[in-house]
Design a protein around this ligand. Structure first.
Ligand SMILES: Nc1ncnc2c1ncn2[C@@H]1O[C@H](COP(=O)(O)OP(=O)(O)OP(=O)(O)O)[C@@H](O)[C@H]1O
Ligand SMILES: [Mg+2]
Length: 343
């Protein structure tokens, strides 16, 4: 593990949630790469059966089981570790569970063919969730001899609207199983999820709806009993550079830009449309309109950023990658997370 301090020292299961489409899968992958740069193995796990991780790393759909998908960028004097990926599904998790607790190898597969797994997970969605969170807890604790197999597990989790239920597994199955192995399993999973080893991070962009969902999600998780869950960071994704000073922003937002000044500035920069001063003023006029739009957006984003800062969790910013999301883009996001102490 890294000798350097991060904000989440001691956390070994990172749960990444957020509003749909804000970049959960991308940020979870970047976090996994960031954590793996210290060396060792990190497991990136998805639970929605969408093969989003395979798409992101541009590899064929993930088979059952864990597979290496990337090598993390190293740190000076040290090679990067490996990121493994797993598309967890309740069927395989149930099969593993039956094998482990009832010594029934392949029972899961047979049950699956008979439609029993579907039946069970449909009548008891809480069971489906406990199987998936159980898989995450198992990977987090897994050892080979005395060594842990994974330094960290990063879960690309369900969106904000479903995260509290998803993680509140012991309560969810309590009506279903009061005693016995399922109950015991749920309790032991709950033990990992509700421990300082687990943190729940929120991904958002600087827009009203996702920010509101983040704040609501944080409040909901804080309100969970018993003990609650450890809240993690707020990952502000797709941040664009502003490029204007505060004064310029205020002037531009108020539509107070001096068009003559802008025209002159354009001329000095060698940008003219060549047809004369009047046309140049037109050009400067459109530029002013665009700057006004940009400034208003930047100020609105600043407001959203302040709302997020008020939630009392560390905030991290990830830049908008404009030239397509590939491994190089993920490396950039990973290093942004590392520079800010998130990984
Ligand atoms: N920092 C970024 N810069 C540029 N593009 C980004 C960034 N983060 C995410 N994206 C792009 O935004 C889109 C949505 O990202 P992603 O799939 O990670 O979101 P998600 O929250 O997992 O979505 P879903 O809710 O559908 O699972 C993708 O096309 C992704 O490449
Ligand atoms: Mg996703």
């Amino acid at each position: 593990m890294s000798a350097r301090d991060t904000d989440w020292e001691g956390v070994r299961l990172h749960v990444v949630t957020g509003k749909g489409g804000t970049g959960k899968t991308t940020v979870a992958a970047a976090l996994a790469l960031g954590l793996a740069s210290a060396g060792g193995k990190v497991l990136l796990m998805e639970v929605e059966g969408r093969q989003g991780i395979a798409q992101l790393f541009d590899c064929p759909p993930l088979p059952e089981g864990e597979r290496k998908v990337a090598v993390a960028p190293g740190t000076p004097g040290r090679a990067g570790g490996d990121v493994y990926a797993l598309a967890a599904d309740p069927e395989s998790a149930l099969a593993e569970y039956l094998e482990k607790f009832y010594n029934l190898p392949r029972a899961g597969r047979a049950l699956n063919r008979l439609g029993v797994v579907d039946f069970v997970t449909t009548i008891a969605p809480g069971l489906r969730d406990v199987l998936l969170t159980g898989k995450a807890a198992e990977a987090t604790r897994r050892r080979a001899g005395r060594r842990r197999v994974y330094n960290a597990v990063v879960m690309d989790a369900p969106p904000t609207g479903r995260i509290a239920r998803f993680l509140n597994v012991a309560t969810e199955v309590s009506g279903l199983a009061k005693v016995g192995p399922i109950r015991g399993h749920a309790d032991s999973v709950q033990g990992v999820i509700h421990s300082p080893q687990t943190a729940v991070h929120f991904v958002t962009v600087l827009e009203e709806m996702p920010v509101q969902e983040t704040l609501d999600g944080i409040a909901e998780l804080r309100g969970l009993s018993p003990g609650g869950l450890q809240l993690g960071g707020i990952m502000i994704n797709m941040v664009r550079p502003v490029g204007l000073s505060d004064d310029q922003l205020a002037a531009a937002a108020a539509g107070r830009l001096d068009v003559h000044d802008l025209a002159l500035g354009l001329k000095t920069a060698g940008i003219e449309d060549g047809s004369g001063p009047a046309e140049n003023l037109d050009l400067a006029g459109s530029l002013a309109a665009e700057l006004t739009e940009h400034a208003r957006e930047a100020l609105a984003q600043r407001e959203q950023r302040e709302l997020l800062a008020g939630a009392g969790q560390p905030c991290y910013e990830l830049p908008l990658i404009t030239d397509g999301m590939d491994l190089a883009g993920l490396y950039r996001l990973a290093s942004a997370l590392r520079e800010q102490g998130a990984a």
